[in-house]
Write a protein that binds this ligand. Structure first.
Ligand SMILES: Nc1ncnc2c1ncn2[C@@H]1O[C@H](COP(=O)(O)OP(=O)(O)OP(=O)(O)O)[C@@H](O)[C@H]1O
Length: 244
């Protein structure tokens, strides 16, 4: 379970978060949809302890992130907005390194790495250096390093940005499998189709605030629109910064 309550954050004159609150339940995929600059990345950074908000709190499975950052991080996998791979390492070594960052060293780290490599079907590339990996292979390595410590919760910031169609499909399948295994999945996007295709619950944000939330059907009902796309436009006031 992931939750933020009354988050406020300014960068100089810019109000990135304006009293933002939302939660994401176990066994569900929750999407945060909003135009560019709506505050999505800022909210996720507060949730994974990278940034402090001026007001409010963030919880990972009822652990207050500001008070017990390490405990919270143990329950959380992060697929960040910007990522790079250590190209001199093999896929196995890269994932094992992240296992070590979560305190899984030696035999435990190796076993955890082997387990996630098998789960994500990475066996054929496990012992290749990541240099030259395709987009889809790189995405899977990043997903594996986010999940190697078996966290209950997974946060993904614009995970399909830059991915080709095949890689996007693989990622969606993985997210659905994790949801079915009871994980809590929260991802941000400014792509409507993606949110519509994947999410049990959608949180619509704009200008640092939550504008509406609910299932895709509820958002249509709330706005009196038949199409989700029209519902989003009605809620946000324009479709600027949102991709179809
Ligand atoms: N480190 C920073 N310094 C200055 N301004 C920032 C910083 N981080 C975010 N902002 C500003 O805060 C606002 C919210 O940014 P944020 O990255 O959270 O939006 P977003 O919804 O993730 O947008 P996008 O879809 O474009 O990634 C924007 O106006 C942004 O320019």
């Amino acid at each position: 379970m992931l939750k933020v309550e009354s988050l406020t954050k300014h960068f100089g004159q810019v109000c990135a978060l304006d009293n933002m609150s939302f939660d994401a339940a176990d066994g569900q995929i929750t999407g945060i949809l909003g135009p560019n600059g709506a505050g999505k990345t800022t909210a996720l950074r507060v949730l994974y302890g990278l940034l402090k908000s001026e007001t409010g709190n963030a919880w990972v499975d009822n652990i207050n992130v500001a008070e017990k950052a390490l405990d919270a991080r143990r329950q959380l996998g992060v697929f960040p907005d910007k990522f790079g791979l250590y190209e001199r390492l093999t896929c196995f070594e890269q994932i094992q390194y992240f296992a070590g960052l979560h305190g899984l060293n030696g035999a435990a780290g190796k076993a955890a790495t082997r387990h996630i490599i098998e789960q994500l079907g990475l066996d054929d590339i496990a012992h290749r250096r990541t240099q030259g990996f395709s987009q889809g292979q790189r995405m899977k390595v990043v997903l594996a390093q986010a999940l190697v410590h078996q966290p209950k919760n997974l946060v993904l910031d614009e995970p399909t940005r830059g991915l080709d169609v095949m890689s996007t499909r693989i990622l969606r399948e993985q997210l659905r499998a994790l949801k079915n295994a009871g994980h809590c999945i929260l991802f941000s996007s400014h792509v409507m189709q993606e949110v519509a295709a994947l999410c049990d619950k959608v949180i619509v944000v704009a200008r640092g605030k939550v504008i509406a939330e609910g299932t895709p059907a509820q958002l249509c009902e709330q706005t009196g629109e038949a199409q989700l796309e029209d519902a989003f436009v009605a809620l946000i006031g324009s479709d600027e910064g949102i991709a179809a």
